[in-house]
Write a protein that binds this ligand. Structure first.
Ligand code: NAP
Ligand code: ZN
Length: 348
């Protein structure tokens, strides 16, 4: 066993606190990683507070992991001791179902094993995530971190990055298209960077008037304050594609109305509550409403390599782990520029 320190929540209304547990000894195909940095995703907050209703306690969150390989199993060829490596939202899947074969392990027919709060098929019990000092993962679910990426700024690419990159690629967003990004948080700031890098004309929709200058620096051509009805009215039927990263319930019909014929509103934010939709906004100009979940392992590697090539990384605010509960409160107030990353060296 690999004794590991981390931070866990013991209940939905409990703050995260130090917690010790064991990782499995590396098996022949496993990679043992000393975690250097872990990003703080809004999903961590949803799950810690049981907002999606499926949390098993104690819960060690964290699925934006970058670290150093400290040990590999005897069949591991992809990594060696000393390499930088990354782990995202999944640590296993059945590998044989049609979805896994298509490189879409996140939709594995048996259910992908998520990095935390999932059934641990190796060790029993539940998986524990990256707010911890070490992790042991099958090599197929470990990503290479290109040398040109800063390891701390790369960590949030493992969720915020792939979750926005994947739908932009799937819907073939590119030059000549008008793209909207709703919400400027961890996911939203990466959506701006990618949509801009793919050559689209990009508009940010935000509730925060104070984020306008940052949005332009991050890749937005225009910014619309979504609470201003008159500004929203001027945007009707102008967009080919809108990606919605908002973490709380809000009016989707307001964004459907901004799409052209055959335009798509793709939801990646997952509000805990059901959200009503006015079907008229869909059927008339034949608009699409869709969702998207992270991305497969091969696409995650493609995204990391793309970021290295294009000099793209996350804008981060580094915190020590004892500030995690405060960071959650700030995230709820949209007060983060634009992703908290935990420096795991702060956990003695
Ligand atoms: P975040 O950093 O907190 O950003 C969310 C942004 O949404 C905020 O910065 C704010 O932007 C906007 N917002 C928040 N509350 C709002 C409200 N009541 N009305 C309108 N806008 C609001 O969160 P994140 O880490 O980017 O995650 C966003 C969502 O994506 C979460 O629900 C998370 O669970 C989900 N997620 C999904 C996937 C997936 O695979 N689909 C992966 C990761 C995360 P402004 O200040 O600009 O308005
Ligand atoms: Zn996430």
């Amino acid at each position: 066993m690999v004794p590991t320190k981390g931070y866990a929540a013991q209940g939905a209304h409990e703050p995260l606190k130090p917690f010790s547990f064991d990782r499995r000894d590396p098996q022949p195909r496993d990679v043992q990683i000393e975690i250097l940095f872990c990003g703080v995703c809004h999903s961590d907050l949803h799950i810690v507070r049981n907002e999606w209703g499926r949390t098993i306690y104690p819960c060690v969150p964290g699925h934006e992991i970058v670290g150093r390989v400290v040990k590999v199993g005897r069949e591991v060829r992809k990594f060696k001791e000393g390499d930088l490596a990354a782990v995202g939202c999944m640590v296993d899947s059945d590998r044989v179902c049609p979805n896994c074969r298509a490189g879409l392990e996140q939709f594995c027919d048996q259910g992908a094993t998520l990095t935390y709060n999932s059934e641990d098929k190796h060790a029993g019990g539940v998986t524990y995530g990256g707010y911890s000092k070490s992790i042991v993962v099958d090599q197929d679910f470990v990503l290479r971190v290109p040398d040109r990426l800063d390891p701390a700024a790369a960590a949030p690419l493992l969720c915020a990055g792939i979750t926005t990159y994947s739908p932009l690629r799937k819907w073939k967003v590119g030059q000549g298209q008008k793209v909207g990004v709703v919400g400027l948080g961890g996911l939203g700031h990466m959506a701006l960077k990618f949509a801009n890098a793919f050559g689209a004309n990009v508009t940010l929709f935000t509730t925060s008037a104070g984020k306008v200058a940052d949005a332009k620096r991050l890749g937005a051509d225009d910014v619309v304050i979504s609470k201003d009805a008159a500004s929203m009215e001027t945007q009707q039927k102008r967009f080919d594609f809108i990606i919605d990263t908002v973490s709380a319930a809000h009016d989707l019909s307001a964004y459907l109305g901004l799409l052209k014929r055959d335009g798509a509103l793709v939801l990646v934010g997952i509000p805990p509550e059901a959200v009503p939709v006015n079907v008229f906004h869909l059927v008339f100009p034949r608009r699409q409403l869709a969702g998207s979940l992270i991305g497969g392992i091969a696409e995650t590697q493609e995204m990391l390599d793309f970021c290295a090539e294009r000099g793209i990384a996350c804008d981060i605010e580094m915190i020590t782990i004892d500030k995690i509960n405060e960071a959650y409160e700030r995230m709820l107030k949209s007060d983060v520029k634009y992703r908290f990353v935990i420096d795991m060296a702060s956990l003695a």
